[in-house]
Design a protein around this ligand. Sequence first.
Ligand SMILES: Nc1ncnc2c1ncn2[C@@H]1O[C@H](COP(=O)(O)OP(=O)(O)O)[C@@H](O)[C@H]1O
Ligand SMILES: O=P(O)(O)O[C@H]1O[C@H](CO)[C@@H](O[C@H]2O[C@H](CO)[C@@H](O)[C@H](O)[C@H]2O)[C@H](O)[C@H]1O
Length: 456
Amino acid sequence: MPKTASLRPSLTRLAEPMESLGGLLRDWLPRQRWFAGKDRPVTELGLLSMTELFPGCLHLLIHAGHAGHTGVPSPGGAPPAGDCYQLLLGVREHPSPRLGRALIGRVQDGPLAGLTVYDALHDPRSAQLLLDRLRHPGTAGPLRFDCDPDQPVPGGLVPRLLDAEQSNSSLVYGDEYILKVFRRIQPGVNPDLEVPGALARQGCHRVPAPVAWFQTKHPFKATLGVLQPYLRDASDGWTLALHALAAGDDFTAQARALGAATAEVHLALASAFPVGEPGENGHTATAMSERLAAAAHCVPALQPYVPGLRTAFAALATCDAGPPAQRIHGDLHLGQVLRAGREWFVIDFEGEPSRPLSERRSAHSPVRDIAGMLRSFDYAARQRRPWRPEWARRCRETYCAGYAARAGWDPRKKHGLLRAYETDRAVYEVLYEARHRPDWLPVPMAAIERLAVRGD
Ligand SMILES: Nc1ncnc2c1ncn2[C@@H]1O[C@H](COP(=O)(O)OP(=O)(O)O)[C@@H](O)[C@H]1O
Ligand SMILES: O=P(O)(O)O[C@H]1O[C@H](CO)[C@@H](O[C@H]2O[C@H](CO)[C@@H](O)[C@H](O)[C@H]2O)[C@H](O)[C@H]1O
């Protein structure tokens, strides 16, 4: 059995832990899928907080600064500029060879010299101890662990880390629960805790409700992770859509049911959170135009289409107000919906990861979510050659019909709104793909061309 490094209590008070970790993390962090600053070199790494969670496991909040940003939190606890990441680091003399993929490296300098550091979420023992902390409310330094006393979580569940490419890291326990450990941390309550909790209180069964969570109060208050029931026999909408496409199967019945489920979630959100006034289209159009300009600056391939795309935003400013602004999902696509039995469930209420948390928690038009899902049918249809525009068109049509039947208003009758929100979403996707998956860029670019040239 590998010997766990003795992490003396003094370790948590070490003055210069980054002497040991800085070099390793500077190399490792930018290679993680959830690292947001891939297009900007990391110029500075700073430690915002460090807590010994249990022997051999450190909880860290790390600031990654890019040129011109400082990692020093400003007075009053406001977050430093740049990004803050949550890491759980295992620290051992001789980690198990089974942790090979999780290795970050062997420390050369500073107080941890000679020890090996790895991503502790890959270590079943650490994952089990983390669940134990969640099962028993309490604190560890600035960290606080809470659970819903009405939904007790049993001990001894075997953990496994999901290895899908994700914005965060998720551990599944005994196929009973899933713990999402947020990676990029922003101040405030994370919508992925706030929204499912509020929807559960509304009696909405479309969203798995949180059963335990943990947060920090230093260097700012923030949600760090959420445990919820795991839908064990579920398949996500993206996988189902690709299977249907591969088999030449129709997907319209599923799309219709998905439209109805989206409307149900929107109705529950409108009951759970304050609803805004309609009539903000001018302001929204300006924000969309600004996002387009910023995206075209980063991705020059967008530039020839800017004038055509702007016509969608100009039209939005003058078209009817549409449904009132309300809390929405914020990043709805086929990968965010799960089909279990004959029901659709909606997960991941974090919103678009690159937007500030305050913006993600504010009210927006529900058309934004609808546009996100319509774009997703287009993404799916473009995964096979020859691509299948008819398949996407039918899914889009029936999704809207399903939505209309439940919501009482029909997205298809809001053409100007839908076009503007779809354009805004495609612009976001161009930026997302350029940063994370350049090979996928042609998918949203095809939509950009269509929206700019044909406008439909
Ligand atoms: N409650 C759940 N039940 C079953 N699978 C889930 C559940 N929540 C998430 N998943 C699975 O985990 C994946 C990642 O979850 P998600 O919340 O989208 O994380 P991320 O923010 O990292 O993208 C999903 O695509 C889904 O396959
Ligand atoms: O990681 P998240 O699920 O929160 O969302 C981000 O990554 C998604 C890709 O994994 C990205 O979605 C885009 O690609 C999907 C296919 O992989 C497609 O279904 C979506 O329509 C498309 O937007 C999402 O935009 C991004 O925020």
